[in-house]
Write a protein that binds this ligand. Structure first.
Ligand code: GDP
Length: 685
């Protein structure tokens, strides 16, 4: 169904899933069918197109977020590669930010798994309309209706099947399209060719009727006109169903559910059709908001060619052949190669060199791009992840992309002293690609410290360092990034006065501290009345307080979730200075924190383990020794799924332990959940 205008034919989408649900395989089949790949690879053989970095192939997981373009039936589908592993939170967040719609892939046997739940909630937060693809319908135990139930139950969504499977498990051979009322069937050896259309097979006619009625009822519930027809038992046309279903999907009132088998390329054609049919174009989503760079006012930018150009850089990678590639999404206007763009984030003007659109197996150079497009720019040197690039004559700042603070760190040393510079340079490059990776050189111990979102995250980064830059020598054991917080309130004074001869120093403040809720960070309020401290020194006090928050009273870890109120103070006409008030602020904060019942916080990880039932006892016993808090245990056939919370410190090396406990037959996933107080007995040790 080709569309009239360019922007309406664009679909910026991501496939999101729990690891192993088949996201990589689905993506690859989609790219293949859209005519862009000459040979079907398979994750198992390690030749998948999207996984173009060596260690991704080895681990069989996707960690980059490149965008790949596929053409289908007049639609331009830009696939933003979202990672399956939630250790890469930053990648998920950033991709959700720039895509308009999502295809959530489920394993038809496992149903909703913990990571799909996490990503689903993130997608909710960004208001991303989505459709579901229940994959692996060829597996023993595959069950569409149970998966739909778990989508309703665990995700609180309103799913509606728009297909039902024909054949089960090994004999699965296609689907019935409930809207078109026809079957799409594939030959036994797989579905690379278009399916054969036919009438609904006798064997599923009962199921077809039930599911179709349910679909019409659900669609009618979202549309008054259709509801009236439905109640009067008047016929409702395909076009009416499609229109209402599209609208309900875009408004996130319904989530259409499809099914198939990516491995055998069964029912991927209708999935591609559904992406065009039901997911939004850039013109269907709410207008992007931006800050006018000159007035500071909130403005919107329309996805039109004739609007001023504005785009957001969402990923920077260093390509071995073409150098620095900045992926960006065009939100409005049109831009040509060779034009200068302005970035309000850096205040710099830069020239766009070449513009490259990435297909699965080739790069296509384009001379211009317009609203809705996703491309990579060669030649931008400054603009980094989260930066806006725009028309200098109408400068705006789009909301940047926020990344969480790292929870784990590891010390790495160069192979030889001469490698130190190379190491730092390589790390700088990696942390540019991945903003949740932080690098710091610790002068005191002469070590380079790498911080990230989880053990696996750091492992992969160290791997890359070894492989690509060959500069890494020894790697330390991972360390937990603890934090400090307070449980009580306190008031304290900071006095910094030096008045012995010459120009003195005078800063004097009273502050109060109080705990904030978890995740709130740092707040500062100025309650000085009547000029007890001149306005110009308030930012100095804040700066001093902020600095004191960098090292808590217990063990010197950063202090979080604290509100500091400046309540009183005094000053001196001559001797008061920015520096004196900074020192006073810092002294006061340190004193107040000590008095406010300081506590140590540790990262708590959410873990999910899928194990054969026979090992359940051993797995639980081991979790018990690791201070884990079991949330629930669910059984399906002989497979048990354990969900628990576990302190990061106790999770180190878990992959190895699990392997030996279960003869390698269990799988697990782990991700950061939140910070929580370390029990007193442990903190003391
Ligand atoms: P990802 O981690 O979500 O990207 O999942 P992958 O695409 O890497 O697939 C995980 C595993 O499931 C691989 O061994 C695939 O071959 C397998 N797989 C993917 N799709 C299907 C399917 O439709 N049926 C079956 N039986 N296996 C599948």
């Amino acid at each position: 169904m080709p569309h009239n205008s360019a922007v309406e034919s664009i679909r910026n989408i991501g496939f999101i899933a729990h690891i192993d649900a088949g996201k990589t395989t689905v993506t690859e089949r989609v790219l293949f069918l859209a005519g862009r790949i000459y040979k079907v690879g398979g994750v198992d053989e390690g030749t998948t197109v999207m996984d173009w970095m060596a260690q991704e192939r080895e681990r069989g997981i996707t960690i980059t977020s490149a965008a790949t373009t596929a053409d289908w039936n007049g639609y331009t589908i830009n696939i933003i590669d979202t990672p399956g592993h939630v250790d890469f939170t930053a990648e998920v967040e950033r991709s959700l930010r720039i895509l308009d719609g999502g295809v959530v892939v489920f394993d038809a046997v496992a149903g909703v798994q913990s990571q799909s739940e996490t990503v689903w909630r993130q997608a909710d937060r960004y208001g991303v309309p989505r459709i579901c693809f229940v994959n692996k319908m060829d597996r023993i135990g595959a069950d569409l209706s149970r998966t739909i139930d778990s989508i309703t139950r665990r995700l609180g969504a309103n799913p509606v099947a728009i297909q039902i499977p024909v054949g089960q498990e090994h004999s699965f051979r296609g689907v019935v399209d409930l809207v078109e009322e026809k079957a799409l069937l594939y030959p036994e050896d797989g579905g690379l060719e278009a399916p054969t259309e036919g009438p609904v097979p006798e064997e599923v006619i009962g199921e077809f009727r039930a599911y179709r009625d349910l679909m019409i009822e659900k669609v009618a519930e979202t549309d008054d006109d259709l509801m009236a027809k439905y109640l009067d038992e008047e016929p409702i046309s395909k076009e009416e169903i499609k229109r209402a279903l599209r609208k309900a999907t875009l408004e996130y009132r319904l989530v259409p559910v499809l099914c198939g088998s990516a491995l055998r390329t069964l029912a991927i054609h209708p999935l591609l059709d559904a992406i065009g049919e039901y997911l939004p174009s850039p013109a269907d989503v709410p207008l992007v908001e931006a800050k006018d760079f000159k007035t500071g006012e909130t403005v919107t930018r329309e996805p039109r060619e004739d609007a001023p150009f504005a785009g957001l850089v969402f990923k920077v990678v260093t390509d071995p052949f073409i150098g620095r590639l900045a992926y960006f999404r065009v939100y409005s206007g049109r831009i040509e190669t060779g034009t200068a763009v302005f970035s309000p984030n850096s205040g710099k003007r830069e020239r766009l060199g070449r513009l490259v659109r990435m297909h699965a197996e080739r790069r296509e150079e384009v001379d211009h791009v317009s609203a809705g497009a996703i491309v990579a720019a060669v030649g931008l040197k400054v603009a980094s992840t989260g930066d806006t690039i725009c028309d200098e004559r109408a400068p705006v700042l789009l909301e940047t992309i926020n990344f969480p603070e790292p929870v784990i760190s590891v010390a790495i040393e160069p192979k030889t002293r001469a490698d130190q510079d190379r190491l730092m340079e390589a790390l700088a490059r990696l942390s540019e690609e991945d903003p949740t990776l932080k690098v710091k050189y610790d002068d005191e111990v002469g070590q380079t410290i790498l911080s990230g979102m989880g053990e696996l995250h750091l492992e992969i980064m160290v791997d890359r360092m070894k492989r690509e830059f060959r500069a890494v020598g020894t790697v330390g054991t991972p360390k937990v990034a603890y934090r400090e917080a307070i449980k009580g309130t306190a008031k304290a004074e900071g006095r910094f006065v030096r008045q012995t001869g010459g120009h003195g120093q005078y800063g004097h403040v009273w502050i109060e501290v109080e705990p904030l809720e978890s995740g709130a960070g740092f707040e500062f309020e100025d309650k000085i009345r009547g000029g007890a401290i001149p306005k110009e020194f308030i930012p100095s006090v804040r700066k001093g307080v902020k600095e004191a928050m960098g090292a808590g009273p217990l063990s010197g870890y950063p202090v979080v979730d604290v509100k500091v109120t400046l309540v009183d103070g005094t000053y001196h006409d001559v001797d008061s200075s920015d520096m004196a008030f900074q020192v006073a602020g810092s002294m006061a904060a340190k004193a107040a924190l000590r008095k406010a019942k300081p506590i140590l916080l540790e990262p708590i990880m959410k873990i999910e383990i899928v194990t054969p039932g026979e090992f359940l006892g051993d797995v639980l016993g081991d979790l018990g020794r690791r201070r884990a808090n079991i949330r629930n245990i669910e059984g399906q056939a002989d497979i048990q799924v354990v969900r628990a919370m576990i302190p990061l410190a106790e999770s180190f090396g878990y992959a190895g332990t699990l392997r030996s406990l279960t003869q390698g037959r269990a799988a697990h996933s782990i991700e950061f959940d939140r910070y929580h107080e370390v029990p007193a007995s442990i903190a003391a040790a």
